[in-house]
Write a protein that binds this ligand. Structure first.
Ligand SMILES: CC(C)(COP(=O)(O)OP(=O)(O)OC[C@H]1O[C@@H](n2cnc3c(N)ncnc32)[C@H](O)[C@@H]1OP(=O)(O)O)[C@@H](O)C(=O)NCCC(=O)NCCS
Length: 154
């Protein structure tokens, strides 16, 4: 049975699971930069939200958003494979965008691995537009596609 996971702010006990998911699903083939300590630092940063999707037993997904004066930056996002294509990713992004909208920020920006067609389609479905490509953005080897979405109406 699929239990719809709740979205909530991450707790320190979630940090190790978030770091593992980052290594496995995002930093695959790269140096592991988002280790537990870095996730904990992000949680403690007042300009960052770290959220998880949790069904009570399992960490099913997470997202990390940094908020600046004008723009927000989606630093990391992943959903565990059994929970994909069930709108968990969409709900995580919507949760993280909400404070940016309330604060009147103009845009959300992000980079996605150019070798991850599923993620590129996902972000397009969520209304992000590709704005360019950054050669070797990941470890000097893998290109990134840069995306942004306006948070302003009209
Ligand atoms: C990308 C990812 C976060 C998507 O999460 P998800 O929970 O499966 O996405 P959702 O169910 O909310 O999908 C929203 C829309 O995107 C589409 N989509 C999601 N993954 C897709 C894929 N792999 N291929 C094509 N479309 C996809 C869905 O079909 C849905 O479209 P719809 O509105 O027409 O129904 C997830 O696949 C993932 O964690 N991948 C590995 C890590 C990663 O790539 N992170 C992002 C880059 S940092």
């Amino acid at each position: 049975m699929f239990i719809v996971p709740a979205i909530r702010l991450a707790l320190p006990d979630d940090a190790a699971g978030i770091a593992r998911m980052s290594r496995e699903f995002i930093e695959d083939g790269l140096d592991w930069s988002w280790r537990r300590e870095r996730v904990l630092r992000a949680m403690a940063d007042p300009a960052v939200n770290v959220v998880v999707a949790h069904d009570g037993r399992t960490l099913t997904g997470f997202g990390i958003m940094e908020y600046g004066d004008l723009h927000a930056h989606l630093a990391l996002l992943a959903v565990a494979p059994p929970y994909r294509q069930r709108r968990v990713g969409s709900r995580l992004v919507a949760w993280l965008e909400q404070p940016a909208r309330i604060a009147g920020l103009e845009k959300v920006r992000l980079e996605a691995r150019a070798d991850n067609p599923g993620a590129l389609l996902f972000y397009r479905r969520l209304g992000f537009e590709a704005t360019g490509r950054a050669a070797g953005y990941y470890g000097g080897e893998i290109d990134a596609v840069r995306f942004e979405k306006s948070l302003r109406l009209g």
